[in-house]
Design a binder for this molecule. Structure first.
Ligand SMILES: Nc1ncnc2c1ncn2[C@@H]1O[C@H](COP(=O)(O)OP(=O)(O)OP(=O)(O)O)[C@@H](O)[C@H]1O
Ligand SMILES: [Mg+2]
Length: 476
């Protein structure tokens, strides 16, 4: 989801630098169990946002090392989601496709006059780099995945990119990487790391297990120094070694994937949506089959797909789930798979909806709070975007009333984040100014109602009531 709407007007209203804690929280919700990676990357994003990134160099260069399935590639996807609204907003080069020197021409294009010049559209052009930025953020993320597989000529090309932030293409034009964070991932040292992780598998059975992270880092760095020249290693801003994921992190990743599936059901099935209830035993089954010390969480998504998403799709296709009902996910009788049981919705006593109210004008906030309290809603109130993110981190509201202009951000971006988490919650944007046409388009696309200031409290209440499908009453 890319917030295309935020035009230059919006950008000028944004704070220059997002608070590190907010960025860390957003990244941490997507990347589990790797706090070092988050801690090392965020200062470079902030330096860029503050306009303090050094000139003539990429905004940051990171080498991500560590065992397979621990989140190296996921880190860059998650950052793309946080900065640009979509995990696809990054330029990814699979170095495995450039193992031979002649293949490297695919990256930069052949010089004019060479055979095949016209057929070789370079992978790394300025347009492609610009295409993975967004109105929200001008920083492009470039991922060279599995760098150790690349031909030596690619490493030489990269040296220039890391050093001067420029790449000369076959047609003699240049690409500028000053507005890029460059990520190199590698499995260098992974085999030695595996021996360290699974002593029964290798020869280090007697090794103490205490400083595992430090040991993996030393193994990774040693392997990197053996493979790459000192000039290359010196141009890397941070070498980050990923830890093997512990049981709690793997369980949290599974929770995320189940929540993703629930979101898909909510957004795709509309009125036919239902709740997925996965039992503890079923979670344990998915973790047992989908994770391992050797492959981390690499197989988890595929496992969830095979044992949960596919049977769920079959059940839906057969019309086996009542509208608004529930699907209970249990372990099958033979213990070899999962069993899905659909049921009608449970009757639960109606609870007062929780409404998030974000408004930096304290007086107006208090007044709206009173009106909303009288309407019978529970309130989460915030005076800034930062406070609002904290509130929604603790409790997701059923609806939101957001001021467009906030001291540390804008309500529209907050609204898009809320929509990402809940496909249906009614969201109203309050604004005293005209929205740009692109912003109006975003409101339409994500179904945000717009309330122009000044407005009558009664109008706000009846609009929210209508959107919450509550019977209308006169506002007090
Ligand atoms: N730390 C993590 N947080 C959230 N999800 C994760 C994490 N680690 C792995 N995953 C899940 O596992 C999948 C595979 O992880 P990822 O591709 O990032 O592994 P990797 O470390 O790059 O491994 P490889 O070295 O094999 O490329 C991800 O798409 C994601 O679903
Ligand atoms: Mg990877």
């Amino acid at each position: 989801m890319v917030l295309k709407s935020a035009g230059s007007a919006t950008r000028s209203r944004k704070p220059a630098v997002e608070p590190a804690t907010e960025l860390a929280a957003q990244l941490g919700r997507r990347l589990v169990g790797q706090p070092d990676a988050i801690r090392q990357i965020i200062p470079y994003v902030q330096m860029f946002q503050a306009g303090l990134a050094p000139e003539g160099r990429p905004a940051g260069v990171f080498l991500l090392l560590g065992p397979t399935g621990t989140g190296k590639t996921r880190t860059v996807e998650a950052l793309a989601e946080v900065l640009h609204g979509s995990e696809k907003c990054l330029l990814k080069i699979d170095c495995g496709e450039y193992q031979m020197d002649h293949e490297v021409a695919k990256l930069i294009g052949a010089p004019p006059g060479y055979l095949g010049h016209r057929e070789t559209v370079p992978m790394l052009t300025q347009q492609k780099l610009n295409a993975v930025t967004s109105e929200r953020c001008a920083l492009s993320l470039v991922l060279f995945d599995e760098i150790e597989k690349a031909a030596p000529s690619l490493t030489r090309l990269l040296l220039g990119v890391l050093d001067r932030a420029t790449l000369r293409l076959g047609d003699n034009t240049t690409v500028n990487f000053e507005n890029s964070l460059i990520f190199l991932t590698s499995n260098l040292g992974a085999r030695e790391m595996m021996k360290e992780l699974r002593p029964d598998f290798g020869f280090r059975a007697d090794a103490p297990r205490t400083d595992l992270a430090g040991k993996l880092e030393a193994i990774g760095l040693h392997a990197v120094r053996r493979r790459f020249s000192p000039e290359f290693v010196n141009r890397i801003d941070a070498v980050i070694t990923y830890r093997p994921l512990d049981a709690a992190s793997l369980a949290a990743i599974l929770d995320q994937q189940i929540a993703d599936l629930q979101r898909l059901v909510d957004t795709r099935l509309g009125e036919n949506r239902f709740r997925i209830q996965v039992s503890e035993q079923a979670r344990e089954f998915l973790l047992r089959v989908g994770t391992s010390a050797e492959y981390g969480a690499r197989e988890l998504r595929r496992t969830v797909h095979r044992y949960l998403t596919q049977p769920l799709a079959a059940l839906v296709a057969e019309g086996g789930v009542p509208r608004g009902g529930q699907v209970h996910v249990l372990v099958g009788d033979d213990g070899q798979g999962l069993a899905l049981r659909a049921s009608a919705a449970e009757e639960t006593p109606a609870q007062a909806p929780v409404v998030l109210l974000v408004e930096d004008n304290r007086e107006l906030l208090r007044y709206l709070e009173t009106c909303m309290g009288q309407a019978g809603w529970q309130l989460l109130a915030a005076e800034s975007a930062r406070q609002a993110y904290k509130e929604i981190g603790e409790r997701m509201p059923d609806a939101a009333l957001l001021d467009y202009r906030l001291p540390d951000g804008n309500g529209l971006e907050l609204a898009v984040e809320l929509r990402r988490r809940d496909a249906h919650a009614p969201i109203i944007i309050m604004t005293g100014m005209e929205l740009a046409p692109e912003e109006e388009a975003v409101c339409e696309e994500y179904d945000f109602a717009v309330l122009r200031k000044p407005f009558r409290a009664a109008d706000m209440v009846s609009l929210l009531r209508a959107r919450l499908n509550q019977p209308c009453e006169a506002c007090a």
